[in-house]
Design a protein around this ligand. Structure first.
Ligand code: GLU
Length: 287
């Protein structure tokens, strides 16, 4: 078993991160496997070296260890570009020039009638920039690239899309989780696969990186359960293996709100400075 913890160095790790990292680590150790770390720093406008250093320090203090050097997404932009190039040549991507406001306006147009579905990345894209014919020429630079979901499903054909859930989704989903073509079109739609100024996206990078690291079990929060449906689609398209998924409960504050990066009060470093021990942290997250 190979598990991983994949934080973004954009703020302090809080109790929710501690739970995720400890669980992934404990599962690998119990199976005599390996726990890996990956730094998800494709958003260079928000990633900071000092947060990365703090992540290493917090995880070490919690008693975790991992093989070095760690994988860092900012070192892998060429890998992401090659995958985009391949998808572009297969006619599965198109450039999109819509602003958020354009999308909101298209979705609220009276002729649409029904409320827009909300997918893993927000409102399902109304298709404004989707080409009717094929795309040609070189992979556009510095453009937002969307996945043409209808074409993707043509390519996938009748093959079943599913993943094994060992934990639970937010509504208790477990076991084999299937994704129908209708749900892919109506509930996910033409998601962004490459952001301007980033040259990739969370979804594309995460599937390529999980494969490159040989991850067999993806352990992460239930907030990413729906995103997994995108990940299994991309794995199928790019001929990558689908790991087993283990989505875990989220750590909430006393009002039931999910912890966020700005929740400094629950930062691991804060608890440590206040005299907590790593075992106290384990108890606080229910491990
Ligand atoms: N980097 C993501 C985050 O910090 C986690 C990605 C994942 O576990 O797939 O929320």
């Amino acid at each position: 078993m190979i598990t991983r913890f994949a934080p973004s160095p954009t703020g302090p790790l809080h109790l929710g991160h501690a739970f995720s990292a400890l669980l992934a680590h404990d599962m690998a150790r119990a199976a005599d496997g390996m726990f890996l770390l990956r730094i998800e720093d494709i958003d260079q406008s928000r990633a900071r070296p000092e947060w990365e250093r703090q992540i290493f320090a917090d995880l070490k203090w919690l008693g975790l260890d991992w093989p070095k050097p760690v994988m860092r997404q900012s070192d892998r932009l060429g890998v992401y570009h090659d995958a985009l190039q391949q998808l572009w040549q297969r006619g599965l991507l198109y450039p999109c020039h819509c602003t958020r406001r354009d999308i909101a306006a298209a979705l609220s147009a009276p002729q649409e009638g029904v409320d827009p579905a909300i997918g893993p990345d927000g409102p399902v894209y109304p298709g404004t920039c989707r080409p009717t014919g094929g795309t040609s020429g070189d992979l556009p630079k510095d453009a937002v690239l969307r996945l043409n979901m209808a074409r993707v499903l043509e390519v996938i054909g009748s093959a079943k899309l599913a993943f094994a859930e060992q934990g639970q989704g937010p509504e208790g989903q477990t076991g084999t989780i299937a994704l129908s073509h209708a749900e892919a079109v109506q509930g996910i739609g033409d998601i962004v696969l490459s952001r301007r100024d980033m040259g990739t996206s969370y979804h594309l990078s995460v599937v390529l990186d999980d494969t490159a690291q040989g991850i067999t079990h993806v352990v992460r929060g239930q907030d990413l359960f729906e995103a997994t449906k995108i990940h299994i689609l991309l794995q199928r398209l790019l001929d990558l293996p689908t790991p087993t998924y283990h989505h875990h409960r989220l750590i909430r504050d006393e009002n039931g709100k999910r912890l966020a990066k700005r929740d400094d009060a629950r930062a691991i470093a804060r608890f440590r400075d206040d005299g907590a021990t790593p075992d106290d942290i384990r108890r606080m997250v229910g491990l």
